[in-house]
Design a protein around this ligand. Structure first.
Ligand SMILES: O=C(O)c1ccccc1NCC(=O)[C@H](O)[C@H](O)COP(=O)(O)O
Length: 267
């Protein structure tokens, strides 16, 4: 069977984590996590923003497997500040290096330059990475249901909650959504991009939104470009969005963020 990009990422990520553990034991990472900047309320910030407008998780993203280099002029702290001035609610910072040209330090730099809560955007397979996320200052972690078992997803979620963080549970189809709903987190991210094929369609949110029950908070992720896209997704119950590429391609990130959020459809 051919390997998907997710399989490849998982393989090198497990090696990376094993090397990290050998270099720095869990006890040291836990000590760093305990000493880190206090947790900022990620989910709560989105719930509040969605009452009167849209919640925006603005992504600090230099490159991707599907698009290659997205932004040459890339300074995480400056970009994060532009997002904040433009009205974003939260940050998402890619910390994976091989596929996204991200870095762990980008998370700390971006978050500490703003007052926004931050998501560690990475591929999580081990509670060690969750403690490390907190040590870097993260307020939320990502759990990609396409890439983990139910048991591991619950273990990662428990670890995040144990550190006082939130967990964004990401799904792309009905089966993953059903599994995600067995977890406790209210944050359900529907990724419009199929991470195995890169095919991106807003139909993913349109279809899956029917099966997101009351009490869960729907976040539409990927492939969102315009205010009309956001208004469209809002008709399906998504009042928060995770957006990277379309904002990262703008010269004036602050103005582009403001424009995107300017005219929300009423809640
Ligand atoms: O973006 C990719 O090409 C990608 C490939 C494989 C795994 C994950 C990938 N992206 C992660 C994301 O989900 C997006 O960075 C995020 O939702 C923002 O999407 P966009 O606004 O389309 O940059």
């Amino acid at each position: 069977m051919t390997q998907t990009i997710l399989d490849k990422i998982k393989a090198y990520k497990l090696e990376e984590v094993a090397a990290d553990k050998a270099a720095k034991p869990m006890s040291e990472v836990e000590a760093e996590a305990r000493a880190a900047s206090p947790v900022r309320p990620f989910a709560q910030a989105l719930f509040e923003a969605a009452k009167t407008g849209y919640g925006l998780i603005s992504e600090v993203k230099k490159a991707s497997p599907s698009k290659g280099l997205i932004r040459e002029d890339f300074h995480p702290a400056t970009l994060a500040q532009a997002y904040e001035r433009g009205g974003a609610t939260c940050l998402s910072v890619l910390t994976d290096t091989p596929s996204f040209q991200g870095a762990k330090s980008f998370l700390t730099e971006a978050r500490s330059a703003t007052n926004m809560p931050a998501l560690r955007k990475d591929f999580m397979y081990d509670p060690y990475q969750v403690a490390e996320a907190r040590a870097l200052g993260a307020d939320c972690i990502l759990i990609i249901m396409a890439s983990v078992s139910d048991t591991l997803a619950a273990e990662l979620e428990d670890a995040a909650f144990g550190w006082g963080m939130d967990a964004l549970i990401e799904v792309h189809d009905g089966e993953e959504l059903e599994r995600a709903l067995k977890l406790k987190s209210p944050l359900i991210g529907v990724n419009n991009r199929n991470l195995k094929t890169f095919e991106t369609s807003l139909d993913t949110t349109r279809v899956l939104s029917n099966n997101v029950p009351d009490g869960r908070f729907l976040i539409s992720e990927s492939g969102l470009n315009t205010p009309a896209d956001l208004a469209d997704m809002a008709q399906y119950g998504a009042r928060a969005f995770l957006i990277g590429e379309s904002l990262m391609r703008q010269e004036d990130v602050e103005a582009a963020t403001r424009t995107l959020l300017a005219d929300p459809v009423p809640a």
